[in-house]
Design a protein around this ligand. Structure first.
Ligand code: SF4
Length: 131
């Protein structure tokens, strides 16, 4: 079983495809005949993955529109840019770390800087030690 960068089960053998903005059209096409398409879309919205990657054949912008239509509170990109790194991005990194991916793998799959990923990991480790 393959997994997308965020852990969704996926049959496509190139998970990085879904996080390469320059290949967004190709990624959307790869989802066209996927039997998990609806479940994948629902999963991504449930996980609040609104800003990166293609899931269920939908771009981040399309997923934000769908999520808002479903009554979800989805901060705009402009608001996120003003307030810095979205919590959702950190949550994604935590999920991938918990799934056993290395910092380098997470960076490659999400396009996030290694230092940002290490920052999340190290903060969480310090919190765990302090608890
Ligand atoms: S819809 Fe796309 S991203 Fe989701 S499992 Fe299918 S091929 Fe993978």
């Amino acid at each position: 079983m393959m997994f997308t960068a965020y852990g969704a089960p996926c049959t496509v053998k190139d998970p990085g495809l879904f996080f390469d903005e320059e290949r967004e059209d190709e990624a959307v096409k790869a989802c066209t005949n996927c039997s998990r398409r609806d479940a994948c879309l629902d999963w991504s919205i449930g996980e609040r993955l609104y800003y990166h990657g293609v899931f269920g054949g939908k771009t981040p912008k399309q997923r934000r529109t769908i999520a808002r239509a479903r009554g979800k509170n989805v901060p705009s990109l402009m608001r996120l840019n003003l307030t810095g790194l979205p919590d959702t991005a950190n949550e994604v990194v935590r999920k991938l770390l918990a799934n056993g991916l290395t910092v380098e793998e997470i960076a490659a799959r999400t396009g996030r800087p290694i230092k940002a990923i290490e920052g999340v990991r190290d903060r969480d480790r310090r919190k765990a030690v302090a608890a």
